[in-house]
Design a protein around this ligand. Structure first.
Ligand SMILES: *[C@@H]1O[C@H](CO)[C@@H](O)[C@H](O)[C@H]1NC(C)=O
Ligand SMILES: *[C@@H]1O[C@H](CO)[C@@H](O)[C@H](O)[C@H]1NC(C)=O
Ligand SMILES: *[C@@H]1O[C@H](CO)[C@@H](O)[C@H](O)[C@H]1NC(C)=O
Ligand SMILES: *[C@@H]1O[C@H](CO)[C@@H](O)[C@H](O)[C@H]1NC(C)=O
Length: 414
């Protein structure tokens, strides 16, 4: 370690020197010092810090440098105990190595064994009841745990003990469920309910003209931790206003009064389309959910070519959308896409023709490009040949001209 430290700090010093006095001889000296230290540390026989272990620790403080032949001793850590005969010491050998040693002779201390609780079981989460490990408790179905579900094996003085008392598993029993206004539940004379035993709520007959509705879960059962499966329901008058739709009509769910969960469906008159949901339900606050829709005037008169076309592609009843489900034999909204947009319905006229037309244009364009291209190449070739023929003649002419001209200027420069 010492070698490493000097080796790593020395370059910093050398570079500092360089900054102050940037002379080559100085930096060379520094570098060679670094190299020397590094070599010394590499080839020395000394050992660095001895190995560390989970179950045992060094006696005394570790040093950064150990001579060859030096011995270090270990002892078992807190919570562990020594079992002979393996050695717990090692010696610094040649080649910077410590003779092999392990913490196998140190064993974890053991917490007292705990039996399964009645109506439950124990789980040794880390494999055993040894120091540092956890013990989990789980109760059987129909029973619930009273106490701490997880114990830790810890040290108290020199002994390993559990962090708390073992929990117990108690039979799940529920006290009677809540009583409600304007209603009652079955088995109301029973004082104690066992696990999974259930009661059913119902509402009293109404004193006035409107009946009570049961809002919430009607059946409750005694469940885990001795609590009922849900809150008690409510018995109250739920009455939604009479559904009115301008430019449309109700097509199902006819009644004089609309109580809790009443469902109503609508349809718009011819020439109108539905904005909103075609189905609404009376909720517990006496309001329609979603709100009652409106019928809006269709922008196109219903006598265009759309009806016959859309008839042939009218979507099956399974794909029910608020708009299509109310459109009767004639569609009453103008937003339906044209038939030709539907897959498998190629419109025999316009669109097909347009597509063919486009193809024709593309082909024509390609042909033109090819013809022009060939023409350009031909012209290019022709010109090339011509210039070659001419070129030979010109070169010859130039060469003779050069010879006669260059004689005088070239001699001048020399
Ligand atoms: C030093 O140790 C290395 C690896 O641990 C090993 O390969 C080498 O043979 C050893 N050299 C000597 C002289 O023991
Ligand atoms: C013991 O097991 C628990 C649960 O599996 C885990 O969270 C914990 O880290 C383990 N402890 C040890 C010391 O292995
Ligand atoms: C449809 O109803 C919604 C909400 O009820 C409203 O915001 C929207 O403007 C309506 N659409 C038209 C076209 O009136
Ligand atoms: C009824 O109204 C209350 C208070 O306005 C609200 O908290 C509750 O969510 C409503 N219930 C429903 C089913 O809309």
């Amino acid at each position: 370690m010492s070698g490493k430290i000097t080796a790593s700090t020395a370059p910093r010093m050398a570079s500092a020197c360089q900054r102050e006095r940037p002379y080559p001889s100085q930096s060379f000296l520094g570098l060679s010092l670094v190299a020397l230290v590094f070599l010394l540390s590499t080839f020395s026989d000394a050992c660095e810090e001895p190995p560390t272990f989970e179950a045992m620790e060094l006696i005394g403080k570790p040093k950064t440098y150990y001579e060859v032949g030096e011995r270090v001793d270990y002892t078992c850590r807190k919570g562990f105990y020594y079992v002979p005969p393996l050695a717990t010491h090692t010696i610094c050998d040649q080649n910077h190595t410590w003779l092999p040693v392990s913490d196998e002779p140190c064993y974890r201390k053991i917490c007292p064994f705990i039996r399964y609780p009645l109506h439950g079981k124990t789980i040794y989460a880390n494999g055993s009841n040894a120091y540092g490990y956890q013990l989990h408790f789980v109760c059987d179905e129909g029973f619930y745990l009273i106490g701490t579900p997880i114990l830790y094996c810890k040290l108290e003085g020199i002994n390993a003990v559990w962090s708390s008392k073992a929990p117990v598993c108690e039979k799940i029993l529920c006290s009677p469920p809540p009583k409600i206004k304007n209603g009652k539940y079955t088995f109301s004379d029973i004082e104690v309910f066992e696990y999974l035993e259930a009661v059913t709520y119902s509402c009293d007959p109404a004193p006035g003209p409107d009946q009570f509705s049961l809002v919430g879960e009607s059946q409750l059962y005694c469940s885990d931790n001795a609590v009922w499966s849900s809150d008690a329901p409510e018995c109250k008058v739920v009455k939604c206003p009479f559904p009115v739709l301008n430019n449309g009509k109700q097509i199902s769910g006819f009644a004089k009064k609309f109580f809790y969960n009443a469902m109503v469906m609508f349809q718009c008159d011819e020439g109108f389309y539905l904005n909103g949901s075609d189905t609404v339900v009376c909720d517990s606050n006496s309001t329609w959910q979603p709100p009652i829709p409106t019928c809006l005037k269709a922008l196109l008169p219903p006598s265009t070519k759309l009806p016959t076309l859309s008839h042939s592609v009218s979507t099956p009843s399974s794909t029910k959308s608020p708009i299509t489900s109310v459109s009767g034999p004639k569609p009453t909204h103008p937003t339906k896409p044209p038939v030709s947009n539907y897959p498998g319905y190629p419109n025999p006229d316009e669109e097909l023709f347009n597509i063919n037309n486009l193809d024709d244009w593309v082909i024509a364009l390609i042909v033109i490009v090819v013809i022009v291209g060939v023409a350009v190449i031909c012209v290019g070739l022709y010109k090339c040949l011509q210039s070659r023929k001419k070129g030979k003649a010109e070169v010859r002419a130039e060469y003779t001209a050069c010879q006669s001209k260059s004689a005088t200027p070239a001699e001048q420069t020399i």
